[in-house]
Design a binder for this molecule. Structure first.
Ligand code: NAD
Ligand code: IPM
Ligand code: MN
Length: 356
């Protein structure tokens, strides 16, 4: 197979982890006889520094013309001034919107080998396997915002809106995924307080009753969900929720597998290229030190092979190699919990050595 892959390294540890994920994709191409071409483009803070725009037109065009996009991370203290004209994160939001990536799949799957790397108890987390569907191009992230007044009266607002159409399409996608798994779907909202959540809840209930009557369906309020996730994570199969709730709950859920550095994600639309990225950020506290865990990005590359290129065996091969590295006790700092740790490149070397 020939594939045209766009790399968006971005900021902080972004370039370090993308370099490693690319090595894995190159080795897969080699082993399985594929031809992957790579081109790197600017996004985030580095793009602001180079041309004043966190998402240059050229980057959008390259992504649209690609088969899939692999992104590192954007953002950092250098661009954090709340009064700045633009921010790195605006580039990420815009590329999601430009590519129509309304569904962000975030699997929270525990590698058995890592049970003891989690701060949570083995008997609670063992067997956890949740697939989050986070709505990605709507809600409060894309609501109308502004400021008015001055001094103590200065006021800022950002509105949250969801349409029936937006809820229907993400719920349908999540329900179809549930049918391929354990046939259970949980919708998470804040319908006791927020009007968009009430529309979400009504719409989701209707879609489930009309189109997926055989999928076991329930709803949970987001505050309670934050608690259930670390108390009884095994009770959840597929979870569907809005943009902001999904962002927060999945960072929390990263403590089940042990580290933010382990969680990949896939952002998908109706058609066109998907975008794959770790769920973590640019980790400015460890950037440039060779300490970042590259596994989330390497696992994101596996998701890219599976969802955008339908290379199932190749995706499985990466995940198996990662499992084998962990079984051998190799840990980056974030997973070591005070024990011996290896660096970013050595972790990728270990994955490459086990790839078949
Ligand atoms: P972060 O996810 O970057 O880091 C949180 C903590 O997790 C840090 O201690 C960091 O060192 C650690 N961590 C994250 N990834 C790691 C990895 N691969 N290996 C080892 N440790 C890892 O979150 P933050 O510090 O709140 O945000 C930093 C910047 O990243 C902000 O500018 C934020 O906007 C941005 N951000 C970007 C994305 C993205 O590009 N998709 C996602 C989240 C945050
Ligand atoms: C993520 C990040 C982004 C988000 C930011 C950087 C815009 O936190 O991908 O989870 O909030 O979606
Ligand atoms: Mn996030």
């Amino acid at each position: 197979m020939k594939a045209n892959l766009v790399l968006l390294p971005g900021d902080g540890i972004g370039p370090e982890i993308i370099t490693q994920a690319r090595r894995v994709l190159e080795k897969i191409a080699d082993l399985h006889g594929h031809e992957f071409s790579f081109s790197s483009h600017l996004i985030g803070g580095i793009a602001i520094d180079s041309c004043g725009n966190p998402l240059p037109d050229e980057t959008v065009a390259a992504c649209k013309a690609s088969d899939a996009v692999l992104l590192g991370a954007v953002g950092g203290p250098k661009w954090d001034d709340p009064a700045a004209k633009t921010r790195p994160e605006a580039g990420l939001l815009k590329i999601r919107k430009e590519l129509g990536l309304f569904a962000n799949l975030r699997p929270i799957k525990l590698f058995d080998q890592l049970v003891d790397a989690s701060p949570l108890k083995r008997e609670i987390i063992q067997g956890t396997d949740i697939l989050f569907f986070r709505e990605l191009t709507g809600g409060i992230y894309f609501g109308e915002s502004g400021r008015s007044g001055s001094g103590a009266e200065e006021t800022a607002f950002q509105s949250m809106a969801y349409s029936v159409y937006e809820v229907e399409r993400i719920v349908r996608m999540a329900a179809k995924a549930a049918q391929q798994r354990d046939n259970r779907l949980t919708s998470v909202d804040k319908a006791n307080v927020l009007e968009p959540s009430r529309l979400w809840r009504q719409t989701a209930a209707r879609v489930m009753a009309e189109e997926f009557p055989e999928v076991k369906y329930d709803v949970v309020l987001v505050d309670a969900m934050a608690m259930h996730l670390i108390n009884r994570p095994r009770d959840f199969d597929v979870v569907v929720t809005g943009n902001l709730f999904g962002d927060i709950l999945t960072d929390e859920a990263s403590m089940l597998p042990g580290s933010l550095g382990m969680l990949p994600s896939a952002s998908l639309g109706q058609d066109g290229p998907g975008l794959y990225e770790p769920i973590h950020g640019s980790a400015p506290d460890i950037a440039g030190k060779g300490l970042a865990n590259p596994l989330a990005t390497i696992l994101a590359a596996a998701m890219l092979l599976r969802h955008s290129l339908a290379l199932m065996a190749e995706a499985d091969a990466i995940e198996t190699a990662v499992g084998s590295v962990l079984a051998d006790g190799l840990r980056t700092n974030d997973l070591a919990r005070g024990g011996d740790a290896i660096g970013t490149t050595a972790m990728c070397d270990a994955v490459l050595a086990r790839l078949q």
